[in-house]
Design a protein around this ligand. Structure first.
Ligand code: ACO
Length: 326
């Protein structure tokens, strides 16, 4: 792809899609394996169940299904896709990137493809990259995917983490449209590596001994999430000269019901204007925002022209927000 001087462009959300593994695991089932209870998990997190991938349901497999759903929703063929940007912390292989595997699975043999590693903020980071490529005229149609199989990096003997996460994938097809039309208004990203030890995986392919398990200081992550998400949401609204009252829908990263409800209240949104999937999907990391969006667009809640606010925080520590006129 080459950089040419484009007319003023905006990245429009043409289609959305999601895909979950077949197997659903309830809190009750988990409680037969680790010392926990449905009551504890629901009270602290709002989670009631999660989907857990079978061996063949890899990040590539789930991501490709979600991408196909987004293309179907947009009514656009895979041959029109110029770029695939996939956010994941659980790639199938060190390389090639899962994005490239998805590209191949969709039969796309042109354009470019790469992965984004920003943990639970990965989808917002990937959106920012796609937005920039589209505005610069480097790509007209970009598949932005979040695909995760956290079940592979969970320590299933650690009840403080294994109850919180699930597997799944979600995708947007973005397409170039006129700058004055609907689409992504702005994306805002932040990172602070000094907080990297609050939430991390203690190994990877670069460390021979072990592939690693997720480790988290839950209460500290919670505290940072509340403060940092509030700040980045204010930043996104201010950058567009918009007010909290202008937001039609909050489509947040789905980590914890308490964090989500807190943000909804702070924005003065009626509870039915906050899209919640954490009760059924748990935390699917980079997949949670597009999965939630796919659900709320699919059932007719989010309509064309609505103002949608997306926000996420995750390991890194990374966080960000995006405002879109759907
Ligand atoms: N079942 C039963 N008891 C448990 C479990 C469990 N699954 N996990 C922990 N406990 C116990 C603890 O051992 C502790 O017992 P103790 O008091 O005897 O020591 C007690 O419950 C309280 O533990 P806390 O860690 O204080 O519980 P807290 O209310 O902080 O909830 C939680 C923990 C849910 C992890 C919360 O801190 C949280 O949601 N943090 C945000 C982190 C997050 O969501 N991370 C996801 C990735 S980042 C992101 O996406 C935002």
């Amino acid at each position: 792809m080459s950089l040419v001087s484009p007319p003023a462009l905006r990245a429009r959300i043409l289609g959305v899609g999601g895909h979950l593994p077949e197997r659903c695991v309830t809190n009750e089932e988990l409680a037969t394996r680790v010392e926990t209870s449905d009551a504890w998990i629901v009270e602290r997190t709002g989670i009631r169940q999660r989907y857990i991938a079978a061996p063949h349901e890899t990040a590539t497999f789930l991501g490709a299904r979600a991408a196909e759903a987004a293309l179907r929703d947009a009514g656009v063929g895979a041959e029109a896709v110029d770029a695939v940007i996939l956010a994941t912390s659980t790639p199938d292989e060190a390389f090639p990137a899962t994005a490239v595997r998805v590209q191949a699975a969709l039969g796309i043999r042109r354009g470019f493809a790469f992965d984004v590693a920003a943990a639970c903020s990965g989808f917002v980071y990937a959106l920012a990259a796609a937005d920039a490529f589209i505005r610069q005229g480097m790509a007209r149609h970009v598949l932005v995917i979040g695909s995760e199989v956290y079940s592979r990096i969970l320590d299933w003997s650690d009840r403080t983490t294994c109850v919180l996460f699930g597997d799944g994938a979600g995708a947007f097809l973005l397409g170039a449209g006129p700058a004055e039309g609907p689409g992504l208004l702005s994306v805002h990203l932040h990172a602070d590596g000094a907080l990297g030890d609050l939430l991390y995986v203690d190994g990877a392919v670069g460390q021979r001994e072990r592939s690693g398990f997720l480790r988290m200081k839950g209460q500290e992550v919670f505290r940072h999430a509340v403060v940092k998400l509030a700040a980045v949401v204010d930043e996104a609204l201010a950058a567009n000269g918009l007010d909290k009252a202008d937001v039609d829908w909050l489509v947040p990263h789905q980590a914890n019901r308490r964090i989500i409800d807190g943000m909804g209240k702070r924005l003065g949104l009626a509870p039915e204007r906050v899209v919640v999937t954490v009760d059924r999907h748990a935390n699917t990391s980079a997949a949670s925002i597009p999965l939630a969006m796919a659900e709320a667009v699919g059932d007719g809640r989010i309509q064309r022209g609505d103002l949608v606010l997306m926000e996420a925080l995750g390991g890194g520590m990374t966080w960000g927000a995006a405002l879109a006129r759907y």
